[in-house]
Design a protein. Sequence first.
Length: 425
Amino acid sequence: MANRRRARVFRARIKALAKGGNGVASVLSGQGQNSILVPGTLPGELVEIEQISKTKASLLRILEPSAHRIAPPCTYANSCGGCDWMHLDLAIQRRTRPILVHDELHRVGIPTPDIGSHHAEMNLAYRARARLAVVGTSHGIIVGFRASKSRRIVPVDTCLVLEPVLDIARAELASWLDGSEGMGEVTLMLGRNHLPAIYVTWKGTLNANVFASAQDNVEQRRWAGVSIWLDGATVPATMGDPRGVALGVDGHDLFIPPGGFMQAHNQMNPTLVGHVQSIAETLGHPILELFAGSGNFSIALARQTPDLETVEQQDAAVAAARSNLETRGLRARLRVDDAEKTIVRSAVRTVVLDPPRTGAKRAVQTIAASRARDVVMVSCDPATLARDSAILVHQGRFELHRIDVFEMFPHTSHVETVACFRRKR
């Protein structure tokens, strides 16, 4: 066994960074050179690694560190799965993200124009939303973030990337939930008046004091609101206003359903949406928006056209979008439906979509076969961006004419992009 383990331990030079933030090393095997992924490494580094599968290895030692390696400001950087690039100089993080996007598009045969980059002013204390895992046992409450590629919970004393008011609420979760048994998740979001909005899902038994304590925190204006979904319940227990509040492109509050999706970087969100709005000003109408969520982009697009149709599958998100539009005096046709199965009307000239990390393969196939002339695709994963872009380019005769990268998650390999396609005449 020891000899077998030694055979898997060797030195390697890291040659590049791949999607997901892993370093890439070349290993000589019976089939020739084989690329393997090594988390926590940087290009140019000489490392000692242990190969754990055909394509993956774990880092044992850094023998020659990169000049771009820094000491992470967070003591949990090597155990928590949240910030996988905290050991990488910020300037190199920013230089690397466009390269990752370019490489993925090149892999599927798509010529890439110069990639624009939009940087965040805040790279710490920026996150307006976070999800934590919780386990209640007879020995107490365990609460924290998931370790990378693992179900293991990493308790932390502080989170440097969380908005300070959310980090304070995070630190209070264990004592608040003390005496509960079972497991669940807690989503922290910025809520009304810049106070925490807390969304809990729980399988098991919650201590009765949890509800009274939540009500007290709301009444004392320490928390904006709390929503608790117990397993098997038909409605949540609600105290105060548990909706999230994002910063809209117009500088006003954009309300999000409890626990719903919102961009994590509140200060960068207007930059992202404003970019899409400026593009939409030059495009044809009607506009179809897919995966519309709570109206983050809808409030911008509705200012560009009286003929906006949105599609979103979640009832609560559609209700929030309708409210966000109405409070601004804006109108659109909002439809509750699966965006992947939507029909693109022949009159539609522009499609804007913001799918989840898994992308929108079926929707993009429908768009490629439609009469739409322009597509604006917001993506949070370069691999699914490339896959879906290939459908537009190779099946729909679209051309990628602009692409921009947004720093929505500093200190992570997460890449947010806006890609613009125009159908060839």
